[in-house]
Design a protein around this ligand. Structure first.
Ligand code: ATP
Ligand code: ZN
Length: 299
């Protein structure tokens, strides 16, 4: 392998699942153009020294921890499970947890049969889960004397099979729990996708690319929410209108030719702009209100 090749950043991303499209889309929005390898396991970056490895999400923390990949994108549920597991094996900082991303939202929560009135496990119960370290950690912190039964999949059927009293699993809408006659209880962990980095120090070149990518990721996440608002406002209503603009710091105020009592206001709003906000602006005296999407942004 040539030196140049070794200096390419390797990012591990889920091969096929809930995080795949979001993660590849994020990297594309960061400017990465790639071609997929013949084995479909690697995407070679064509315009940046960045390659994407497509793997099972469960393997991502390990690949980053072992420095086979420099970066990885995976759910906090899997990151936390792996961190707790490695910490108990005297590996206190297996990887660096960096930017939290704006997708992959879910929660790890208890699910119990309808007849069970508790929202959390009680002493003596058996809990089926694919997240034994997280659940064990919860039990220790809360001083609950319950038993963890590890399941690798189909956790929801454990109570019906008599293998457990309650479960602890990922939930987003709760429909799966309901379909199995279970009720959602306490949340143990809120989760979304996160970028992790190898614990091993990177070369100066790679560090530069990582920081650059992180800045672009922040920019991409900001523009997803951001809008550019333009409107005309009576000078007298300026203060009120400024207060109504969601998440904007310092709008640009432009005089209007031939109109002394009116100005144009341009502002970047970093929060979702709802119809209600536009109606409030109108009531405050704003006219000619235009809301435009923002294409790119660098803070
Ligand atoms: P793999 O084949 O890569 O092991 P998987 O079946 O373990 O895939 P997915 O179901 O694709 O994983 O979920 C990937 C991640 O998406 C989860 O680890 C979690 O962080 C997130 N996620 C978001 N919503 C949900 C949900 N409703 N159920 C499960 N995971 C969710
Ligand atoms: Zn998985």
């Amino acid at each position: 392998m040539t030196a140049a090749k070794q200096d390419r950043l390797k990012i591990a991303v889920q091969k096929s699942g809930r995080l795949t499209d979001h993660s590849l889309d994020l990297l594309t929005r960061c400017g990465l153009k790639y071609s997929r390898g013949r084995d479909e396991l690697i995407c070679f970056g064509e315009n940046m020294p960045v390659d994407v490895l497509l793997v099972r999400d469960d393997d991502i923390p390990g690949l980053v921890h072992e420095d086979i990949c420099d970066l990885g994108i995976v759910g906090q549920n899997i990151i936390t499970e792996r961190r707790l597991e490695l910490t108990t094996r005297a590996q206190p900082s297996p990887f660096m947890e960096r930017t939290l991303l704006d997708y992959g939202h879910c929660r790890l929560a208890f699910g119990m049969p309808e007849r069970d009135d508790n929202d959390r496990p009680v002493d003596g119960q058996r809990i089926a889960t694919s997240y034994p370290a997280i659940v064990q950690d919860f039990l220790v912190r809360e001083a609950i004397d319950a038993q963890v039964v590890e399941f690798s999949g189909a956790v929801e059927i454990a109570p019906r099979l008599g293998k457990a009293d309650i479960i602890c699993d990922l939930v987003s809408t709760g429909a799966t729990l309901k379909a199995h006659g279970l009720r959602e209880g306490e949340t143990v962990l809120e989760s979304r996708a996160q970028l992790i980095q190898t614990p091993v120090e990177l070369s100066a070149d790679k560090t530069q690319w990582v920081e650059r990518l992180l800045r672009r990721i922040d920019g991409v996440m900001q523009v997803r929410e951001s809008k550019y608002i333009m409107l005309h406002a009576p000078r007298a209503a300026l203060a009120k209108i400024r207060d109504l603009l969601p998440g904007s710091e310092s709008p640009t105020i432009i005089p209007l030719e031939g109109l002394d009592d009116k100005v144009a206001i341009h502002a970047v709003c970093r929060e979702t702009v709802f119809w209600e906000t536009l109606e409030d602006l109108q009531r405050a005296g704003a006219t000619s209100v235009l809301v435009l999407p923002v294409e790119k942004m660098l803070a």
